[in-house]
Write a protein that binds this ligand. Structure first.
Ligand code: B1M
Length: 213
């Protein structure tokens, strides 16, 4: 198989046999983020499709997630460290009820490589915990991630609770079940501060930069 297809296969099969030498090979020609967004993400999409068709069970998807995480960890030191000045502090969380964290952790790497101080609160973070962390840490921005359809709804509730707690700092949202329209009509409408939707981690960085200026 060609290199790109092999990389996607490691994710689909949840196997690390030969993964790291192949990642090293890929790094000779490609930017680490392009390896993630290209073949590795293609593998993840295939996993999602097979899972949807009942051709994979959760335990197998978990193995695929392990391969993705190990790849991102391997590639992380090769990602460009663009800035050393601190641009701002951002709290990141996967919303209540949701355990998906690969996308969120990618956002963390990209923001912290580009001058942000990131406080990653982890997964299944209820609004109360987020609000408490906002009071304690005084971030410039909050980043919410969620992949499930119900997580989009959870973001609405989170924004409502934050508003009730008198918070109006900018919120950056991202994740597969969200759209710009939903973000604008359903989340931003419940909140006093700005709420913006990022389609991927790089877009998240661009929007964070814009919100800081
Ligand atoms: Co789950 N899962 N999963 N899963 N899983 C999906 C999301 C699903 C679409 C699969 C499917 O059915 N086709 C489906 C959701 C259906 C829906 O609601 N629409 C699903 C389901 C149903 C479930 C369970 C309910 C399964 C079950 O138990 N029966 C369960 C839910 C548990 C829960 O959360 N309570 C579950 C569990 C799991 C695993 C634990 C096995 C594992 C997660 C492991 C982990 O994250 N540690 C897993 C995985 C791996 C997936 C898929 C296959 C891949 C997700 C992923 O990591 N993608 C996924 C299908 C798919 O997406 N193709 C699926 C790679 C990652 C880099 O992309 O996170 O989208 P992503 O991030 C992107 C952008 O979205 C964006 O930037 C990133 C790219 O640069 N982004 C942000 C994300 N967050 C952002 C935040 C930002 C900015 C951008 O700013 C703050």
């Amino acid at each position: 198989l060609p290199l790109e297809e092999r990389l996607a296969r490691y994710v689909v099969e949840g196997s690390k046999d030969g993964l790291f030498p192949d990642l090293e090979e890929a790094l000779k020609k490609n930017d680490p983020l392009d390896i993630i967004n290209g073949p590795l993400m293609k593998g993840m999409d295939e996993v999602g499709r097979l899972f949807n068709d009942n051709q994979l069970i959760v335990a197998e998807v978990l193995q695929s997630a392990e391969v993705m995480k190990a790849s991102v960890a391997f590639l992380k030191p090769y990602m460009e460290q663009k800035s050393t000045e601190t641009k701002g502090k951002i709290l990141l969380a996967t919303v209540k009820g949701d355990v998906h964290d690969i996308g969120k952790n990618l956002v963390e790497i990209i923001l912290s490589n580009n001058g942000y101080e990131v406080i990653n609160l982890g997964i299944k973070v209820p609004p109360e915990q987020l609000i408490e962390a906002c009071r304690r840490e005084r971030p410039h921005m909050v980043g919410l991630s969620g992949l499930l359809v119900k997580s989009a709804q959870q973001m609405v509730l989170t924004a409502q609770d934050m508003k009730e707690a008198d918070l109006d700092l900018p919120i950056l949202v991202g994740g597969a079940a969200l759209t710009r329209k939903f973000t604008h009509n359903r989340i931003a409408s419940q909140y006093d501060g700005p709420v913006v939707y990022a389609k991927d981690a790089m877009n998240g960085l661009e929007l964070a930069n814009r919100l800081q200026n």
